[in-house]
Write a protein that binds this ligand. Structure first.
Ligand SMILES: *Cc1c(COP(=O)(O)O)cnc(C)c1O
Length: 459
């Protein structure tokens, strides 16, 4: 399997090369040249364990690795999860909850970033190269990426988070990691500013090459790939259990990475009825799928901070496929968007037959947390609650699996606001962080300042 850029300006490369390059050299995102159709394998796949299924799916895309290499990376990555099923699904009230938060940092980002950390190590061991990761985080990617690479030989990580806009637990999960190879940067700006800095630094190819920059944001294809696995795992299980021939998923969305992985599962042949895209007040994507117009507004801080994003980098992958892989068309759209901050793609009814979108504001999110706690004694985190709220509103006819993207213990203030009770959701690992020594560096939201910082620290 070879990988190409959405912008059409790079020669096809292997999986390992795509993982190491992160953002494509022409500024686009990497995608496989085709999506294998696996419809005839669904029955066999429905009885596999999580790691067996991960191997079957990933080997289709990572065919430049040996079987042993890939199996070892997968085994190591999911051995750190606290649940034997890695990502279990539970029936809660009217929906199924797919718990993706049993990894080291209690958010779904661990599913991909444990895998990516081990993949980096495997590839670097083979080539003897070094890697300096530059990342932007709205809260959860940062800690998951840091836990994926802390203390690893040949890797440094620089993570920018928007100063004061991540939850206290999220900040502590990052800044309490004081390994020498970890640099937490608090940017005076928003997540979008941080993501734009990542893109600027990767766009300077001589800087990228000289300092061996690597990406852990979901611009990295390996992250999307790792997330495809749980759509199959949960989807096949719930289809088997309910006898339904189709399944829907509701996905709390920020950067469009997670839901794009579901889209890939659909393209491969998983019988998905609807993919429900759920946003908080930062609803650029939900407006887009309802109107056909993609235009940026200001970022609103919310109680689901990991979704406080306006410009979703993975949306480019969907746009490229929507343009039937016409890079020229995609480049025109990206240029128009860059110049006018707005893009009109067309009639919303013809955009995509499986995508459905909606938003849940703070009041709806809190009400959903309260309802599930009172009716089912189940505590949803605020991101998950956004997805559940929109799922109930859209109510597809097929069973709905709601992705639980974080553990509620990460967001105790929101849980208390919703239920009036404190201490409902706790985790010993998170409690243990309190009072630990921390380290962070404050910088302006400026690519030049971040570049200078990286150079200074690497000397
Ligand atoms: C990152 C994140 C999201 C959004 O996922 P995207 O892939 O960026 O769309 C939702 N919920 C939580 C808890 C997250 O950490």
């Amino acid at each position: 399997m070879k990988y190409i850029s959405t912008r059409g300006g790079t020669a096809p490369i292997t999986f390992s090369e795509a993982v190491m390059t992160g953002l494509a050299r022409d500024g686009g995102l990497m995608l496989p040249e085709e999506f294998p159709n696996i419809k005839d394998k669904l029955t066999a796949w429905s009885s596999l364990s999580y790691t067996e299924l991960a191997y079957e799916i990933m080997k289709l895309y990572a065919d430049d690795l040996t079987e042993e290499e890939l199996r070892t990376v997968i085994e190591k990555s999911y051995a750190t999860f606290r649940h034997p099923e890695t990502t279990p699904t539970k029936k809660v009230g009217p929906v199924y909850i797919l718990e993706l938060f049993h990894g080291p940092t209690f958010a779904f980002k661990d599913v991909a970033l444990q895998f990516l950390g081990n993949m980096f190590e495997l590839i670097l061991n083979k080539t003897g190269a070094n890697l300096n990761i530059i990342a932007a985080t709205s809260g959860d990617t940062g800690s998951a990426a840091i836990h994926g690479v802390r203390g690893r030989k040949g890797i440094n990580i620089f993570v920018m988070h928007p100063n004061g806009r991540v939850s206290a637990v999220q900040e502590l999960q990052m800044t309490s990691v004081t390994d020498a190879n970890v640099y937490n940067i608090a940017i005076d700006g928003t997540f979008d500013d941080a993501q734009a800095i990542v893109k600027t630094l990767f766009g300077d190819l001589s800087f990228k090459d000289k300092y061996s920059l690597g990406a852990v944001n979901s611009i990295n294809w390996a992250r999307v790939l790792a997330q495809v696995v749980y759509y199959f795992y949960a989807g096949l299980k719930v289809m088997k259990e309910t006898g339904s021939e189709k399944i829907s998923f509701s996905v709390p969305t920020g950067n469009f990475g997670d839901i794009f992985a579901g889209y890939v599962a659909h393209l491969m042949g998983l019988p998905i009825d609807k993919l429900i895209l759920a946003t908080n007040e930062n609803d650029i994507l939900s407006r887009f799928f309802n109107t056909g117009v993609y235009n940026v507004e200001g970022v609103h801080p919310t109680i689901s901070p990991s979704m406080d994003i306006q410009v979703a980098s993975n949306f480019e992958r969907w746009l490229y496929l929507h343009a039937k892989r016409d890079s020229k068309q995609l480049c025109d759209w990206m240029q128009q968007f860059k110049e006018t901050k707005s893009l009109t793609i067309g009639n919303p009814d013809e955009l995509d037959e499986i995508m459905v979108a909606g938003k849940a504001d703070t009041a709806k999110t809190l009400a959903t947390i309260k309802r599930f706690y009172e009716e089912s004694s189940y505590v949803l985190d605020p991101h998950t609650a956004v997805g559940v709220s929109v799922a109930l509103e859209k109510a597809p006819t097929s069973p709905v699996i709601c992705l639980a993207t974080a553990h509620p213990a990460k967001f105790p203030d929101a849980i208390k606001d919703a239920t009036g009770k404190s201490g409902l959701a706790t985790a010993a690992e998170i409690e243990a962080l309190k009072g630990k020594p921390t380290r962070k560096f404050e910088l302006p939201a400026d690519a030049g300042a971040v570049a200078a910082f990286v150079i200074e620290k690497l000397q």
